[in-house]
Ligand binder design. Structure first.
Ligand SMILES: NC(=O)c1ccc[n+]([C@@H]2O[C@H](COP(=O)([O-])OP(=O)(O)OC[C@H]3O[C@@H](n4cnc5c(N)ncnc54)[C@H](OP(=O)(O)O)[C@@H]3O)[C@@H](O)[C@H]2O)c1
Ligand SMILES: [Zn+2]
Ligand SMILES: [Zn+2]
Length: 352
């Protein structure tokens, strides 16, 4: 075991502060990664402030961060996938049982024994796992991903959560040319959703509450932008969407979007607000529409998504910050004031 530098919170209301956390010495199948960049996901905020207490109570001290990219500094004796010096990424999962039907199907995100990158049971050291707001992480090679070498590293980090979380449901629901696709909420997830829907050839419509994001939405690949608080603008799209991805982090009216679905259309929730949404059955009944949810993606699909990003030169639009700016970054995240993902430059942790 060794100590790594990190930033943690000790309660739902405490600000982030420097901390020291244990990391295991790499075992035969492990890679040790020097973290270079870590994205800030809204899930980091929900979890560290214990907003998901009903489903996933937070453990403190809490070191969030599951959009990790870095360089391999050590490899265990059985590691074949990475060499020292390689770039590597880590997303939301650091372990699973590898034996259940879900794991065997490459769908580790559904494994009943999956271990999340932070706040999960640490099988090696006891206690809970600590995430990427840190200088180092040690992970089984199966859960580390190759990062295409043409991608900017700070901007590639968010692919590990925001990227796969939007790519996976779009692939599942066959987003492609000829489909009309809506993206609700132009945040970290939403802006990746726009890039993927556009790259997959769909007619892409962004729904935003922020009029100042309209130009960006068009630049990111949207064909149309709707200010969702404008009921007249919303009405024009009634009954026309094949698929809508809802990436909103706070309470909002989901029924305004089921009305926009065409027959057999689907709306998939990836946003995970603190409070339950209120759903009218009639919005689904007339039109045989469906609503579903989707968590991240499995390792194989995450590899596929990273390859797709390498081929299409897709990364996140990031604001690179020092770890010392993290409390201010959380305040801005809550105000939907990020263009469009914070990526922490972990070199800033060296001075702590
Ligand atoms: N399913 C999964 O596996 C998974 C993975 C990662 C994250 N998530 C969840 O997905 C959600 C989004 O994460 P994120 O990191 O993309 O967050 P984010 O960057 O904060 O983006 C959320 C966006 O939602 C919109 N929004 C915020 N408050 C709103 C309100 N009151 N009414 C309507 N729209 C509002 C804003 O877009 P506009 O300004 O355009 O309106 C905002 O930019 C979070 O709940 C997060 O926990 C789920
Ligand atoms: Zn996330
Ligand atoms: Zn499993």
């Amino acid at each position: 075991m060794f100590k790594a530098k990190a930033f943690s919170v000790t309660s739902p209301t405490a600000p982030f502060a420097p901390d020291s956390i244990p990391r295991r010495d790499p075992g035969p199948d492990d890679v040790q990664i020097e973290i270079l960049f870590c994205g800030i996901c809204h899930s980091d905020l929900h979890y560290s402030r214990n907003e998901w207490s009903a489903v996933m109570p937070a453990a403190y001290p809490c070191v969030p961060g599951h959009e990790i990219v870095g360089r391999v500094t050590k490899v265990g004796s059985a590691v074949s996938k990475f060499q020292i010096g390689d770039l590597a990424g880590v997303g939301c999962l650091v372990d699973s049982d590898r034996t259940c039907p879900e794991c065997k199907a490459g769908l580790e995100q559904f494994c009943a024994n999956g271990v999340l990158t932070y706040g999960g049971p640490d099988k090696h050291l006891g206690g809970v796992t600590y995430g990427g707001y840190s200088d180092t992480v040690v992970v089984d090679q199966h859960f580390a991903l190759h990062i295409p070498s043409n991608l900017n590293l700070a901007a590639a980090a968010p692919l590990l959560c925001a990227g796969i979380t939007t790519y996976s449901p779009m692939r599942h629901w066959c987003v492609s040319k000829g489909k009309k696709v809506g993206i609700v909420g132009l945040g970290g997830l939403g802006h990746m959703g726009v890039k993927f829907a556009h790259a997959l050839g769909a007619h892409t419509v962004v729904f935003t509450t922020s009029p100042n994001k309209v130009d960006d939405a068009l630049r990111l690949g949207a064909d149309e932008v709707v200010i969702s608080r404008n009921a007249d603008e919303m009405k024009k799209h009634a009954g026309t969407f094949n698929f809508i991805l809802d990436a909103v982090s706070a309470d909002h009216d989901i029924n305004a979007y089921t009305q926009l679905l065409a027959r057999d259309g689907n709306i998939t929730l990836v946003g995970a607000p603190e409070k339950p949404l209120s759903l009218s059955s009639f919005g689904l009944i007339f039109g045989r529409k469906s609503i579903s949810g989707s968590p991240i993606g499995g390792l194989a699909e995450t590899h596929e998504m990273l390859d797709f990003c390498g081929q299409h030169n897709i990364t996140s639009d990031v604001e690179v910050i020092a770890i010392q700016q993290i409390n201010e970054a959380y305040d801005r995240l809550l105000k939907s004031d990020v263009k469009y993902r914070f990526s922490i430059d972990m070199a800033s942790l060296k001075s702590e």
